[in-house]
Design a protein around this ligand. Structure first.
Ligand code: WT7
Length: 657
């Protein structure tokens, strides 16, 4: 009930911001894009794809005959890395800066397109010498340093498939991802800088591969970043810096089919096992490049673009490693955390490089808001002309603050809705075209078709809330789940015949703008990162103290949602477990070890019972009421209605760090 209330309040949002005529005049995207795409959707996408360089031009745009397995531009051939690098150098833009790198300790590197191309060619030669061939899988576990982009581009260049694992994931998570993809090589670093200190990565790789855990791995390439001491396995480990120094910088990019796999990226679903989302080459790069250009109004010769996402997430793939490079953009890459050495760090970077386009997440915006406007006010942010938001709904307050304090009261904000699975932005305003509404992602981009349906699959119109579906295939759509085509069909294509079910609730307002209402499945969104309730529950029950666990995402002011866990202790362990604080610490540490620190529950509640239906399904809705301190909702379907009284008298052990 209270959630509905909030939504209604949101929909009474009446502030509208029309584009300035000056912005509209110079904008990349013009209003006719919508008509163009609507009148000939496939022709529109073919035109977008033609902005890339094709070694062999395609003649077919889409083959959907084997739905839901799409083929885009599938008789064409291209090389993704050639499109991101060589062609800019050949066009005379080799001296343009591709990456302004800012290390957390304050060290900097300026890498031009010519230099980046050379580095990627060397890395491609190193990979080939190590026996990596087209189709082989390479795991990448690196901090936010240029080598992450170089490694991804080099893997793509030789037609191998990368699987980037976020550096914040644990050895166990890394190990299961390496194993699922049967990776032959792991590219890592000694460590990276975070929160003012060197944070090691290599030990997690050693642990992930220990014993015979990942027999597919033949080598580990290790980048030197922090100069920490690392354990070295002779015959397996190879020094990246030395290998690249010796490698030739000549490498001719070979053409691959448009449907050649480009990468796998694991994301949490509704079960305990992460899904390896598979993306391919031509369609992915087409849409990453098209959206990056139009949604951010990129003028590559003038703009300084900065996306704060880590390469471990899809945003760091599409809007750091591929989209911007395909478009010849100059971008900033920052290694560390926003509060190091103080909360002015991001704004000092904006000022130093003259950032014009900033793309970040609502959780970061809310943290800055909490720290106060006086911090960004100390810096010159006047170069900023476009702001982007991604990962979760942005509340109107944060939207207004972002516009006023960071955007000088005039920069358009593009609230971009998309997913790991969609590969690129799907719903978003177009700056210079769309009249903006704080809190709404607004309309499907030209070329994208979305609907909102009720539970029975009836289409809903203005003023109604339901389930968001995508009704037509799009170029950067996932092509499957690695090794599990049944799960692919079942998860996304079985709920509604012939349509992609996104897992998000959404509502059309009276003017036809779309409002995202959060996940409708057992997936949580913490700081814009997707976490699965089932995955955390299975981590919790793997601890000896725990007999049963139920996890919910509770509303949190800063992180959007926070992980709240309800656990029943094993009778035999109650004494050993000790007080609630001890239980809480032990279990939070355990989850960090099993999955990674991002998955640590904010709060653990020790309870005697869990609310279940007669068929044994945990009623998370009721637990969410408890976690958010609301009156408990309807309990009539509970097997035992007294359970909620017991839980309300729970022992809560909170912890915040
Ligand atoms: C889920 C996808 C897209 C890259 C980052 C997250 C939520 C994402 C928005 C937005 C409201 C959003 C959805 C979606 N989400 N962007 N602008 N407004 N919700 O990628 O981990 O694949 O998560 O994030 O719930 O389904 P992801």
């Amino acid at each position: 009930m209270s959630a509905d209330h909030e939504i209604d309040n949101l929909l009474h949002e009446e502030r509208h911001f029309a584009p300035s005529s000056e912005f509209a005049q110079n904008a990349i995207a013009q209003a006719n894009l919508y008509e163009e795409a609507a009148s000939d959707r496939l022709g529109f996408w073919a035109d977008q794809a033609k902005r890339l360089h094709w070694h062999k031009p395609f003649t077919k745009t889409l083959d959907w005959s084997n739905a839901p397995f799409a083929k885009w531009f599938h008789d064409g051939e291209l090389n993704v890395s050639y499109n991101c690098l060589d062609r800019h150098v050949e066009a005379g833009n080799g001296d343009r800066v591709a990456i302004f790198f800012e290390g957390e300790p304050g060290d900097t590197r300026e890498i031009t397109y010519a230099e980046l191309t050379r580095e990627v060619k060397k890395a491609a030669n190193v990979l080939t010498q190590m026996g990596i061939k087209a189709g082989d899988r390479v795991a990448i576990y690196l901090p936010m340093i240029p080598e992450a982009v170089i490694a991804m581009q080099a893997v793509a260049r030789i037609g191998a498939i990368h699987s980037v694992v976020f550096g914040g994931f644990s050895a166990d998570s890394l190990s299961s991802r390496i194993d699922d993809a049967q990776a032959k090589l792991v590219i890592t670093a000694d460590g990276g800088y975070r929160k003012g200190k060197a944070s090691a990565l290599k030990p997690a790789v050693d642990e992930a591969l220990a014993g015979d855990k990942c027999p597919s791995v033949q080598n580990v390439l290790v980048v030197k970043r922090t100069n920490q001491d690392v354990n070295w396995v002779e015959g397996r480990d190879v020094d990246w810096n030395m290998a690249l120094a010796e490698a030739s910088d000549e490498h001719e990019a070979q053409a691959f089919n448009a449907e050649h796999p480009l990468f796998i990226l694991y994301t949490s679903g509704t079960t305990g096992k992460p899904k390896g989302i598979l993306h391919t080459s031509g369609g992915y790069l087409t849409q990453a490049s098209y959206t990056h250009r139009n949604v951010f109004d990129l003028h590559p010769e003038n703009d300084i673009y900065w996306c704060t996402a880590d390469v471990g997430w899809i945003t760091g793939h599409s809007y750091v490693a591929y989209g911007p490079l395909a478009n010849g953009a100059t971008q900033v890459m920052y290694e560390g955390t926003p509060e190091t050495p103080d909360w002015g760090r991001w704004w000092s970077i904006v000022q130093k490089y003259g950032v014009t386009i900033l793309y970040t997440a609502p959780t970061a915006i809310r943290s800055f808001m909490k720290m106060g406007s006086s911090i960004p006010a100390q810096y010159n942010l006047s170069t900023i002309r476009v702001l982007g938001s991604v990962g979760e709904p942005i509340n109107p307050e944060a939207w207004m603050w972002y516009r006023k304090v960071i955007g000088g009261g005039k920069a358009p904000i593009v609230d971009t809705w998309w997913q790991t699975e969609t590969g690129a932005i799907m719903v978003s305003p177009l700056p210079g075209v769309t009249t903006l509404k704080p809190g709404s992602a607004q309309v499907p981009l030209p070329g994208i078709s979305a609907k909102i349906l009720d539970d029975d699959g009836n289409e809903l119109g203005r003023g109604h809330a339901g389930l968001l579906v995508l009704t037509e295939p799009w170029p950067s759509m996932l092509r499957g789940i690695w090794g599990d085509s049944e799960r692919f069909k079942e998860t996304y294509w079985s709920r509604f015949e012939g349509m992609y079910f996104a897992g998000d609730g959404a509502k059309w307002d009276e003017e036809g703008d779309l409002w995202l209402l959060g996940r409708v499945d057992d997936v949580m969104n913490v700081s814009g990162h997707r976490l699965s309730t089932a995955e955390i529950e299975s981590a919790l029950v793997s601890h000896p103290y725990v007999a049963e666990a139920a996890v919910v995402g509770a509303k949190d002011e800063t992180t959007g949602q926070a992980v709240v866990a309800f656990v029943i202790l094993r009778q035999s362990q109650v004494e050993a477990a000790g007080d609630a604080d001890h239980v809480s610490k032990a279990l939070r540490d355990h989850v960090a070890k099993e999955i990674g620190p991002i998955a640590k529950p904010r709060t653990i509640m020790v309870v005697a019972e869990l609310p279940k239906t007669r068929s044994g399904k945990i009623m998370r809705r009721l637990l969410r009421d408890v976690a958010e301190d609301r009156p408990i909702g309807d309990v009539t379907t509970l097997a035992d209605t007294s359970v909620m009284d017991i839980i309300s008298g729970k022992v809560a052990a909170g912890a915040n760090d």
